[in-house]
Design a protein around this ligand. Structure first.
Ligand code: MGD
Ligand code: MGD
Ligand code: SF4
Ligand code: MO
Length: 734
């Protein structure tokens, strides 16, 4: 052990460029960092924003090699010089006082934490997990990770955990967010492939947003919509009159979770009127006739009763779709988070297919992703699918990845891992004894989280690897591993339009905090599988391996030469094979009508709509909706709450939106303190009376820690994604 320690210490002290500067194992002070090797001291460099999946390009202005300010990059093809408040303020959280600066070990009995050095933390981490593996088997340890670290780190984590350490069960917050789109695309198109490019926002003449509020959630995508020169018709389907709905041509205030009915209603009218593209359906799809017969079982009056949208309104929308030359369909969490989410996403895909609105400029069945690297996690995290969208259950795929990584095929599991909710169940059942949580704040963001917190307290060993010590999850940890954040490390993100962009180290992580990449590298060494990962020496070296893993797949990126190639090209969208060129840096899928299924046809998939498991009743008479509150708040607020500027741009206290008629009936005024309860718990919030929500609905922004005490543990059966958006609630004056 002593020899190994010396070797590792020597290795981590080697100075081989910016990544290893992270590894000086003595306390440092933020702001006094060394100059990244490739930058001049007072230079400007570019990097991709680390919040949302829009993936805007930012300029970092440096003094003595450290970023002192950011601005929007006018040359980046995504944002063309624009950025939202989070992007402008992205340096602020790096300087927060609650940064994790050293590994922290908590004594279970006293609850007190002590700072320990990395050697002790890593030895303890490996010994505890090895002991559990020996005693209870490889299924007793799991990890939960994220769509918010660079692809190279995700891939390292997934490969280390499964192929190196020999564990199986892992999942990420992408389950809370994009699992539905992943499954919907895979089943319909044969691969998880959002087909669009952002230019489609500007080239459509009808844009339909379903359960999507880009004004708040993807402000720069919305800016692209406002630059559309075709005077487009914009239709928003959302139970709330959101900022996006207010800016739309038509807003359909649908009853919560009735989208599937509404979308089938539109399809029914299109078929009945003959407003469909028969040649496209015949040449490029399968299952249409069955779908058309299925649609016959619906009546427009029945659909109107369920959705709250009249038959006349539905006819008007169907006609707008028919009249549009270029119709694009966009969806986000109002669809993905539901009890029949996958079939709802596929009902949107069906509309695009039957009208031939795919593969051409301004068209598409387009899922907007959420986190900066949700797409990276879907393709390369080695969690749900194997590196590069391969299948753990396929012997051929396992052989390919084993050859590429020069590992024994037997090191690759043949089974699929448990999903997030099953992992939590496993903890409750005592089957999972240790959990490693990386860059996600489950104790705030998971559905019905009091239940999760109770489960976490039962764990033998909870390790949290985060930038901060104060997150709700870090507060439960036995061991905290201090991580460098966005801006403090190198790597790549994949944005919503499949564009791979570069993030760079422009600031020095505080204290002993290390990049996730370095932490994984150290764990590989201390675990004793360092040799197996000797080629995983830097983010760019891993990028080379990922290029290899992608070769021959729909997401082939083997034509990207290097990080420098990405940097000078303004990012590159997948696929990008060696024979391709970047004359036009806009890439759209399915222009040739060929999909990734075995017969190259897209599939019509559908199912009978069912009511949500929990609906308002006498005791809990209201629908509780949740989602993003402002463009200045990010999820559980570990980062955005650290900016003085952003804090001024959002309400400090939890608030609940309710309709004026409901408020009047209950004798509630704006700013009254009220209690919101569901079957699972209650919280206190200020009333915000506004007609943005319909009668019978209330809305809570997800950014306040109490919100998920209330949400219901309901999941889509195909994707396992939680249905955060709707449950039954009651309000009363506190
Ligand atoms: N400022 C900010 N931006 C973000 C984020 C953030 O935290 N803050 N998070 C990022 C992430 S990870 C994601 S996934 C995206 C999410 O982006 P969005 O999905 O746009 O955001 P949400 O507010 O969660 O949900 C969108 C809308 O769904 C509606 N909705 C609720 N129930 C239903 C329903 O049954 N049917 C329909 N049609 N609509 C419904 C809600 O009223 C809401 O307006 O945002 C990303 N961008
Ligand atoms: N009620 C309700 N709940 C929801 C939703 C909803 O609409 N309604 N939406 C869901 C969705 S779509 C999502 S995506 C989830 C998001 O839920 P989370 O992923 O739990 O939310 P974040 O606050 O983004 O958590 C990211 C964590 O990673 C840390 N971190 C940031 N960068 C790094 C890094 O580089 N390395 C490491 N190690 N740590 C880092 C941050 O400090 C933070 O603690 O919430 C879900 N929860
Ligand atoms: S829109 Fe998204 S990617 Fe662009 S600056 Fe804002 S948070 Fe960053
Ligand atoms: Mo998300």
């Amino acid at each position: 052990m002593k020899q190994l320690k010396e070797k590792v210490t020597r290795w981590i002290q080697q100075k081989d460029g910016p990544q290893t500067q992270d590894l000086v194992l003595r306390p440092g002070k933020f702001g006094l960092g060394q100059i990244p090797a490739r930058l001049e001291p007072d230079d400007t460099t570019t990097l991709i924003c680390g919040y949302c999946s829009t993936g805007c390009g930012l300029k970092a202005h440096l003094r003595k090699g450290e970023a002192i300010n950011l601005s929007a990059d006018p040359d980046y093809p995504v944002n063309l010089g624009m950025a939202c408040p989070k992007g402008w303020e992205a340096l602020a959280p790096l300087r927060a006082s609650d940064r994790a600066t050293t590994p922290l070990l908590r004594d279970k009995a006293s609850g007190r934490s002590e700072s320990i050095d990395w050697e002790r933390a890593l030895i303890l981490f490996c010994e505890r997990l090895k002991e559990l593996k020996r005693t209870y088997g490889p299924e007793s340890v799991a990890f939960l990770s994220t769509g918010q670290i660079v692809t190279e780190e995700m891939a390292f984590l997934g490969a280390l955990f499964k192929f190196g350490m020999g564990f199986l069960h892992c999942d990420s917050n992408t389950r809370q967010c994009m699992a539905t789109s992943h499954v919907a695309y895979k089943q319909s198109f044969g691969f998880d492939a959002p087909p669009y490019t952002y230019a489609d926002f500007e080239q459509s003449d009808v844009l339909i947003f379903v359960g999507s509020n880009p004004c708040i959630s993807h402000p720069i995508m919305w800016q692209r919509v406002t630059q559309n020169p075709r005077n487009p018709t914009i239709i928003v389907i959302d139970p709330r009159k959101t900022e996006t709905a207010m800016a739309a041509t038509v807003h359909l205030p649908i009853q919560p979770k009735s989208d599937l009915m509404l979308l089938y209603g539109l399809a029914k009218i299109l078929v009945e009127q003959g407003w469909i593209n028969r040649p496209y359906i015949r040449s490029h799809t399968e299952g249409f006739d069955q779908f058309a017969s299925f649609l016959e079982t619906f009546s427009l009056s029945g659909i109107a009763a369920t959705t709250g949208i009249s038959a006349a309104q539905l006819r008007r929308i169907a006609k707008l779709i028919h009249q549009g030359q270029r119709v694009s369909f966009w969806w986000t969490m109002g669809v993905n988070q539901g009890h029949e989410a996958t079939r709802t996403a596929q009902a949107i895909i069906n509309l695009a297919l039957m009208t031939g609105n795919i593969g051409r400029p301004g068209t598409g069945a387009n899922s907007i992703t959420g986190q900066c690297n949700a797409m990276g996690s879907r393709l390369f995290a080695n969690v749900t699918s194997m590196l590069g969208g391969h299948d753990f259950a396929s012997a051929k795929d396992r052989a390919k990845i084993a050859r590429l990584l020069q590992i024994d095929e037997s090191a690759i599991p043949t089974q699929h891992s448990w999903s997030y909710d099953r992992i939590i169940e496993g903890v409750k059942e005592g089957k999972i004894k240790a959990l490693w949580v990386i860059a996600t704040n489950s104790a705030h963001s998971w559905v019905n989280h009091d239940d999760l917190k109770r489960a976490f307290r039962k764990l033998d060993f909870l390790v949290v690897q985060d930038m901060f010590t104060t997150t709700e999850t870090a507060e439960l940890a036995d061991l905290i591993l201090p991580a460098a954040g966005w801006g403090e490390k190198d790597g790549t993100f994949i944005n919503s339009e499949r564009r791979i962009g570069l993030v760079k180290k422009v600031a020095r992580a505080p204290g002993l905090a290390l990049s996730d990449f370095k932490i994984f590298r150290l764990i590989a060494h201390y675990w004793g599988c360092g040799l197996q990962f000797s080629r995983w020496s830097s983010p760019e070296a891993v990028f080379e391996l990922l290029k290899g893993a992608s070769r021959g797949q729909p997401c082939d990126i083997s034509g990207i030469e290097s990080y420098a190639h990405l940097d000078r090209s303004g990012g590159i969208q997948w696929p990008y094979r060696p024979d391709e060129s970047l004359d036009n840096n806009e890439r759209r899928l399915f222009a040739n009508g060929k999909f990734f299924t075995s017969n190259q046809r897209a599939r019509f998939l559908f199912a009978k709509p069912v009511a949500p498991p929990e609906i308002p009743d006498a005791e809990f008479p209201l629908w509780l909706l949740s989602g993003r509150g402002t463009s200045s708040q990010w999820h559980t607020q570990s980062r955005t709450a650290k900016s003085d500027v952003l804090r001024k741009l959002y309400p400090e206290h939890p608030y609940v939106e309710l309709n004026p008629a409901d408020a009047k009936e209950l004798g509630i005024d704006s700013s009254d303190q009220i209690t919101v309860s569901t079957r699972r718990g209650s919280l206190s919030a200020l009333a915000f009376v506004a007609s943005t929500v319909g009668r019978g609905s209330i809305f809570l922004p997800m950014h306040y820690p109490e919100v998920n005490r209330l949400t219901a543990p309901v999941f889509d059966p195909h994707s396992g994604q939680p249905s955060y958006k709707a449950c039954a609630a009651r309000i009363e004056r506190a």
